[in-house]
Design a protein around this ligand. Structure first.
Ligand SMILES: [Zn+2]
Length: 451
């Protein structure tokens, strides 16, 4: 499809000003989750969508008291399934004392809008909104519907957000593709250049509690059935023998795409990472990096320990919490059996606190990937694009679990320092980055949906 000719005539300065002001206002709704309180922000989004002439077919749901969820539908001319474009309204907390500008002030300074949510993910909402407005004002028509969504509660697991929506309204939405957060442009992370990661899958969550029991007693008379010691020895057996490195299809494609950015011999070896010999050669380097380690194996983090109540008493119970993230094709039952084998002590029981079913993967090629690739190539020529597996969890998993392709892609470019600001201090985004985002999003939406 021909790209819209008026695109290059967009007034970047005016667009940047509009984007910065809109995002600034959006950030001023304090949607720290918990409790979230996203309803007012959701109503504001609805008013913006109507005022900007995008659509009037909008519902603001209230999945729980004070929580707001927006579903806005732009019709298409053909009987095709919609494209969903989604972001989350809630944000994580922020300690104002540490910030240059208060995190919910929406300060605009030095070409940036500062505040919690400017990278995760209120920026994405404003980018989608302005891309739609720009397309519609240019007279674009759509062959498939577009569903703009804004959901609450992503940061604490999505029960009152995407989870609720799919439990109650999945059939009405029934998308062809879902475009959400989770990937995007990275600068200086793998070599000096810019490259774009397109998230196609994420790891499975298994958050487990280990409970060791033993014989209580006085500390002056140590014995062999101390729950603390039982737990520590078992934890050591688990943590000192990590799961094997495994190169799945997503990791293989990712390292193939990254190879040209690396020095020899990594550049020559990375495309063949599925070869066990090559993996053995590069394994030490890959697992030394927490990011690549997380992409190549099931991981276990010991996050909680709870035991004892008095210095001179041997307790009868000791607990540990471990947060395990499994590769998309790991069988959770096999993992738990492996874990029990390592614990190897009948005085320890295992409880599942939280688990997610396998997320599945969106296709690594096809129309969605082609549209994103073409849009990126138009505005950032030559930048490589690679499929990505994210170690963390996003709302995308709710769709992939249902077999619906969900992709994570923020059409902006972040460097290492920016990534540290996500869930960190001084989160901010520049007007230039927002303009780039609107252009890439607009181009990709037009390729996927234009009539
Ligand atoms: Zn997020």
């Amino acid at each position: 499809m021909a790209a819209s000719p008026d695109l290059n005539r967009l007034d970047d300065t005016a667009l940047a000003r509009d984007a910065l002001a809109l995002l600034s206002r959006y950030v001023q709704f304090d949607t720290t989750n918990p409790p979230g309180d996203e309803l007012a922000a959701a109503q504001w989004l609805r008013d913006q969508i109507i005022a900007r002439g995008i659509t009037t077919d909008i519902t603001v749901f209230e999945p729980a008291a004070g929580r707001g969820l927006v579903v806005a539908r732009i019709p298409g001319s053909e009987a095709l399934k919609p494209l969903v474009i989604n972001h989350h309204i809630d944000v994580v907390g922020a300690d104002p004392a540490a910030w240059t500008h208060p995190p919910f002030s929406g300060a605009i300074a030095d070409g940036y809008v500062w505040g919690r949510g400017t990278l995760d993910t209120k920026n994405l909402g404003i980018i989608f909104l302005l891309a739609l407005e720009s397309l519609i004002k240019a007279g674009a028509r759509f062959r498939r519907p577009i569903v703009f969504m804004a959901v609450p509660d992503e940061e604490t697991g999505g029960k009152h957000g995407m989870g609720w929506l799919l439990a109650h309204h999945a059939a009405e939405i029934d998308p062809e593709w879902v475009w959400d957060e989770g990937g995007g442009g990275l600068k200086g992370l793998f070599g000096p250049g810019v490259m774009f990661g397109l998230t196609v899958a994420e790891k499975q969550i298994q958050q487990l509690k280990l409970i060791a029991t033993g014989k209580p007693g006085h500390a002056s008379m140590p014995h062999k059935d101390n729950a603390n010691v039982t737990l520590l020895k078992a934890l050591d057996r688990v943590l000192s023998s990590p799961r094997p490195l495994r190169v799945g299809p997503i990791a293989a494609a990712m390292f193939r795409a990254l190879a040209p950015t690396q020095k020899f011999p990594a550049s020559a070896l990375l495309p063949h990472l599925r070869n066990p010999l090559v993996l053995r050669l590069l394994g030490a380097r890959l697992q030394a990096q927490p990011t690549t380690n997380a992409i190549l194996r099931d991981t276990i983090s010991l996050t909680m320990l709870q035991a004892g109540y008095k210095i001179n008493v041997i307790p009868e119970r000791a607990e540990a919490g471990i947060d395990c993230r499994l590769l998309p094709d790991t069988d959770a039952a096999e993992f738990q059996a492996w874990l029990r084998g390592r614990l190897a002590d009948e005085r320890i029981t295992l409880e599942t606190m939280e688990s997610s079913p396998p997320s599945g993967s969106a296709p690594l090629d096809g129309p969605f990937c082609e549209a994103i690739t073409a849009a990126v190539q138009r505005y950032v020529p030559g930048a490589p694009i690679f499929p990505m597996l994210v170690p963390g969890a996003t709302d995308g998993r709710y769709w992939r679990q249902r077999g619906i392709p969900a992709y994570g892609f923020a059409p902006v470019i972040l460097d290492g320092a920016d990534l540290g600001r996500v869930h960190g201090i001084d989160e901010r985004i520049s007007g230039d980055n927002l303009v780039l985002g609107v252009k890439i999003a607009r181009d990709a939406i037009e390729r996927l949906c234009g009539a």
